[in-house]
Design a protein around this ligand. Structure first.
Ligand SMILES: N[C@@H](CCC(=O)N[C@@H](CS)C(=O)NCC(=O)O)C(=O)O
Length: 115
């Protein structure tokens, strides 16, 4: 059975579909429609307790969280493709410092209604 992507309309499940297309991995899509409040329908909760999209089913596993799904697909199917080389220590440090600055600033902007 091919990998199954639970796709909610207008959601970040598109990132997973894009990745699968790029890698040429066979998959099946199960479509779910947002309700009037733009929430996911309850049937997604029956698949994964978070009840959000994307959710992927593959080889007996049920995976949620886009980033974790992307990592799983790259580890399982990419054979080294589409993954940048491991960052140097300096690049990692820059990343952490930039992110650390971004977090509180984003929170402040959101609190002020401009984020
Ligand atoms: N952190 C999760 C967020 C999942 C998420 O919030 N998905 C949205 C669509 S992009 C969703 O299912 N919204 C409907 C709802 O929350 O009911 C991820 O990155 O996969």
């Amino acid at each position: 059975m091919p990998l199954v992507v639970h796709n909610l309309n207008n959601s970040r499940a598109q990132r997973v579909l894009w990745l699968l297309e790029e890698l040429g991995v066979p998959y099946e899509v199960k479509h779910h429609q947002r309700n009037r409040s733009l929430q996911a329908p309850p049937e997604l909760k029956a698949i994964h307790p978070l009840g959000k999209s994307p959710v992927v089913e593959d080889q007996g596993r049920v995976l949620a969280e886009t980033g974790a799904i992307v990592e799983y697909i790259l580890d399982t199917y990419a054979n080294g493709r589409l993954r940048p080389p491991a960052p140097t220590l300096g690049e990692q440090t820059d990343n952490i410092l930039t992110e650390a600055e971004d977090g509180p600033e984003e929170t402040r902007l959101r609190a002020e209604g401009v984020g």
